[in-house]
Design a protein around this ligand. Structure first.
Ligand code: SF4
Length: 318
């Protein structure tokens, strides 16, 4: 009998039972699953290859498909003119908490949460501080009060994470943090890429699905968008080799709550179809002039992240 991880809170016990599914038989993946997922994307990849071949030396660069590209499929304008990423309180706090959690699962659990967060601050603040666009520059521009508040908020989130997530260092598992998953398709003309926050792996290799993917969220839950991001990671993990994950879960750190989905061919097919849609939309946008009548625009909450919102006729109010 493999020794169960030590737990110190009821929430950790629930994670071991209900998310790690400790002691439960792992599923055998369906035969030919990866091939069928690839087949779902074949037509779209063919269109992208044909476009590049037709354009010759003027061919578009290889296409990078990430969770960000997938989230912009709702509107052509958003795909073409998204607001550039800028550091702000909420996303910097998220980055800092992710860095602290990474240390925590890598062996810092016995240290006070504030020490782990302070170290994460220092690591990020010394990352290219001379570059005004860097997170280091943003952190170094905070005054003492802002720094204290950001540290306090991050400590509260790391403490919440510790309440829910068990220490797995002594368990017969390997926990990888921020492991980049990359899948090259269409003769390297399309690159699928994603970075799940945690991958919990077993040392056992018997063809069964034994990996668990975890995505950590420190902001407001975004329902379907959060599910779609994880499904994309599950697709990447399946195509990148080995058996697929048996489960993928979002841990809402602020609420101490996990939502999960189990291995399902139908669900992975929806993720493959979204990738196919992204590639087909990229082909279409290559042939529709910018801000031409052929563009397909749709307003919604996402307009807040679009540079056209002040002039767009269908922008959502807000
Ligand atoms: S403002 Fe909204 S509807 Fe208009 S192009 Fe941007 S995302 Fe689309």
């Amino acid at each position: 009998m493999i020794e169960r991880p030590v737990t110190v809170t009821p929430a950790q016990r629930r994670v071991v039972d209900e998310v790690l599914a400790w002691g439960a038989q792992r599923p055998l993946p369906p035969d030919g699953l990866a091939e069928r997922l690839l087949a779902r994307m074949t037509a779209a990849m063919g269109e992208w290859i044909a476009l590049r071949t037709e354009r010759g030396p003027a061919a578009p660069r290889p296409l990078l498909v990430t969770k960000t590209r997938l989230s912009r499929l709702v509107c052509d304008g958003l795909q073409r003119e998204p607001e550039p990423y800028v550091h702000a309180w909420a996303n910097v706090r998220g980055t800092m908490v992710h860095a602290a959690i990474e240390s925590d699962v890598d062996g810092a659990r016995s240290e006070p949460a504030v020490a782990v967060v302070e170290r994460a601050w220092h690591r990020l603040a010394t990352d290219r501080p001379g570059d005004p666009a860097s997170i280091g520059a943003w952190l170094n521009a905070r005054d003492a009060g802002e720094r204290a508040t950001l540290i306090d908020e991050s400590v509260a989130l790391l403490t919440g994470f510790r309440e829910v997530w068990p220490e797995l260092r002594d368990a017969p598992l390997r926990v990888r943090t921020e492991q980049r998953l990359v899948v090259m398709l269409a003769g390297r003309a399309v690159r699928l890429q994603g970075v799940p926050d945690l991958i919990v792996e077993s040392h056992v290799e018997d063809g069964r699905a034994r990996r668990l993917l975890i995505d950590l969220k420190t902001g407001m839950p975004r329902g379907q968008r959060d599910r779609d991001e994880l499904r994309f990671y599950a697709l990447l993990a399946t195509l990148a080799g080995g058996a697929p994950p048996f489960r993928w879960a979002t841990l809402y750190v602020t609420e101490g709550r996990l939502e999960h989905e189990d291995l399902s061919e139908a669900v992975l097919m929806t993720a493959a179809q979204r990738v196919a849609d992204a590639v087909q939309q990229a082909v279409r946008l290559e042939t529709v002039a910018a801000e031409a009548e052929g563009e397909q625009l749709a307003g919604g909450a996402w307009c807040a992240g679009c540079r056209r919102r002040a002039r767009c006729p269908v922008a959502a109010a807000g």
